[in-house]
Design a protein around this ligand. Structure first.
Ligand SMILES: C[S@@+](CC[C@H](N)C(=O)[O-])C[C@H]1O[C@@H](n2cnc3c(N)ncnc32)[C@H](O)[C@@H]1O
Length: 336
């Protein structure tokens, strides 16, 4: 609550005392989402509201922020956070990108992407399609699930709680130790956010975190996986790595293995830089068409099915992270 208050009051205290030359108040409220009533983009053009109105709006904002904070622990990321990320990678050699990610971890900047909880869309998919995502094979083996670029490991722990032997891979040693610490606590006493409406108690699988570069083969030690989950990993990589991302995914999966993607960001214009790199049309091109993933807005969808995957499921999840702006799609690709 104190954070919410300081968010609102902090901006509030910047209200200018004077109108500008056009008789408008410069845009002080532009970062306060529910103060739109008397805002027009970056300036306040209407007559100055009474102090009673301001008090009511102030309370409305507090209630709004409070309800968001109570509904989910997911931090609301600012567009400014994304710009910081783009700036961090701007002009760097592609060979330096892994080190640049590690640097963000080492300097405590993981808030730029951390969503604070496992993926609600993945949880629903697992729980609503229990035959497809049965964590035990027909011959009684526990399935292995991999989350590359796992960050703090929310989805790795959640997959283990749903019965998989779950592996998280990250190139950053600090990232891996943060994930190990999170898993240690979370497995002792899992929070309700790990389960959806149809979550049932299952025998849980093991959790392992590995420090390694996805594109280098040493870390997997000959292991193949039944399931891989990608969220904000492909969009973290430079576009020239995309074709290799697709071939690594195919190599790492067992025959018939499933690649689940929570496709993000689909709302971002394809000409804009990342990370996160815009991905509308990219997964299909890479995985089904067998293209290079360097998709532009003028692309023509081809009939080609030269990729290593077929798409079995493509749905708009009922619930997903706020950051997807309602455009995230959940797709399941099966290795041919
Ligand atoms: C945008 S973050 C997403 C983290 C996580 N998926 C989440 O949702 O919180 C991308 C992650 O990928 C990791 N990463 C980047 N390049 C990698 C590589 N080549 N191999 C393994 N991990 C990598 C970064 O260290 C970072 O933790």
């Amino acid at each position: 609550m104190r954070d919410i208050l300081s968010e609102v009051v902090g901006k509030w205290s910047l209200i200018p005392q004077k109108r500008n030359r056009n008789g408008a108040f410069p845009g002080i409220f532009k970062y306060i989402p529910h103060s739109r009533l008397f805002c027009s983009k970056s300036r306040i053009n209407t007559s100055w509201p009474s102090s009673l109105t301001l008090t009511l709006l102030f309370l409305k904002d507090i209630l709004h922020w409070k309800s968001l904070a109570m509904a989910s622990p997911e931090p609301l990321q600012s567009p400014e956070g994304q710009t910081r990320l783009v700036r961090h990678f701007e002009g760097r050699s592609i060979d330096d990108h892994s080190a640049a990610w590690s640097n963000l971890w080492d300097t405590d900047n993981s808030d730029m992407w951390d969503r604070g909880k496992p993926s609600p869309a993945l949880i629903d998919a697992l729980e609503q399609n229990q035959d497809t995502f049965n964590p035990i094979t027909a011959d009684g083996r526990r399935k292995r699930a991999l989350v590359p670029g796992c960050g703090k490991g929310y989805d790795v722990v959640m997959l283990a709680l749903h019965g998989f032997d779950a592996y998280g891979l990250d190139v950053s040693s600090k990232g891996v130790s943060v994930a190990e610490e999170y898993a240690g606590k979370e497995l002792q006493s899992p929070q309700p956010y790990n389960f959806g409406a149809e979550g049932t108690a299952r025998e849980r699988g093991n959790v392992s975190f590995i420090e390694g570069d996805f594109f280098k083969s040493k870390w997997e030690d000959g292991r193949k996986f039944d399931l891989i989950y990608d969220y904000t990993f492909l969009c973290a990589l430079h576009p020239t790595n995309r074709r290799e991302w697709a071939s690594r995914m195919a190599d790492l999966l067992l025959p018939g293995g499933l690649l689940i993607c929570l496709e993000f960001p689909l709302f971002k214009d394809l000409s804009l830089p990342g990370p996160p790199w815009p991905l509308k049309g990219v997964y299909w091109n890479l995985l089904v068409e067998g293209g290079d993933g360097l998709v532009t807005k003028d692309r023509v969808i081809s009939d080609s099915v030269d990729g290593s995957f077929v798409r079995n499921l493509y749905i708009k999840p009922e619930t997903s992270y706020e950051n997807g702006k309602g455009t995230d799609m959940l797709s399941v690709y099966a290795k041919k």
